[in-house]
Design a protein around this ligand. Structure first.
Ligand SMILES: CC(C)(COP(=O)(O)OP(=O)(O)OC[C@H]1O[C@@H](n2cnc3c(N)ncnc32)[C@H](O)[C@@H]1OP(=O)(O)O)[C@@H](O)C(=O)NCCC(=O)NCCS
Length: 156
């Protein structure tokens, strides 16, 4: 199993994977975005995506195929995203997720007002899409500083 950033035609593989899983949003892969996937042999078994506005990132499309869950793949995808996000100068991460809050809280996220997340990320594809569709009110938002993580990781 390995994790790779998706570019070019590999994004089409992720599009097909997410469509098969019933998870493909209309605004998939609209800039600015980056996506990573977990591969089992040559098959995509998990995805995660990042959109951003300045130093604020929006994590989206965290998904692991049911047959491959609870093996640490979700966390490995998240850690890869964080590592690359920090290299880009992203210092805080938000996500929207009504069903998986407990999962993200275990990874250090805390609930925050949806308006805070939507305000800081108003120009990202996901927030623009939610705004057009009027679905922001149905969401829950979560936030995590990445600066705290860097401090924690610094040598004593
Ligand atoms: C959330 C998800 C990506 C986690 O992937 P994963 O590879 O199974 O995650 P990990 O192996 O890193 O962690 C598994 C642990 O998270 C827990 N977990 C999974 N989903 C959870 C949830 N919604 N709430 C709380 N805990 C959750 C599992 O019970 C498991 O716990 P355990 O280690 O004590 O057994 C995967 O369950 C998934 O694709 N879910 C459907 C899509 C989804 O909800 N995505 C999040 C959108 S914001």
């Amino acid at each position: 199993m390995h994790i790779t950033e998706l570019r070019d035609e590999r994004l089409d593989d992720a599009r097909a994977f997410l469509r098969r899983q019933g998870r493909l949003p209309a605004d998939f892969a609209q800039a600015p975005c980056r996506y990573w996937a977990a591969f089992d042999s040559d098959q995509i078994v998990g995805t995660i995506g990042l959109e951003w506005q300045g130093a604020t990132g929006l994590l989206r499309l965290a998904f692991v195929r049911p047959s491959h869950r609870s093996r640490g793949l979700g966390q490995a995808l998240y850690q890869r995203l964080v590592s690359d996000a920090l290299c880009m100068g992203v210092t805080e991460l938000y996500l929207f997720g009504s069903g998986a809050g407990g999962y993200w809280q275990r990874l250090g996220f805390a609930g925050c007002p949806v308006a805070e997340a939507a305000g800081k990320l108003a120009n990202t594809p996901q927030v623009r899409d939610y705004t057009v569709r009027g679905t922001l009110n149905h969401e829950q938002a979560f936030r995590r500083s990445l600066l705290a993580r860097r401090t924690e990781a610094a040598p004593a």
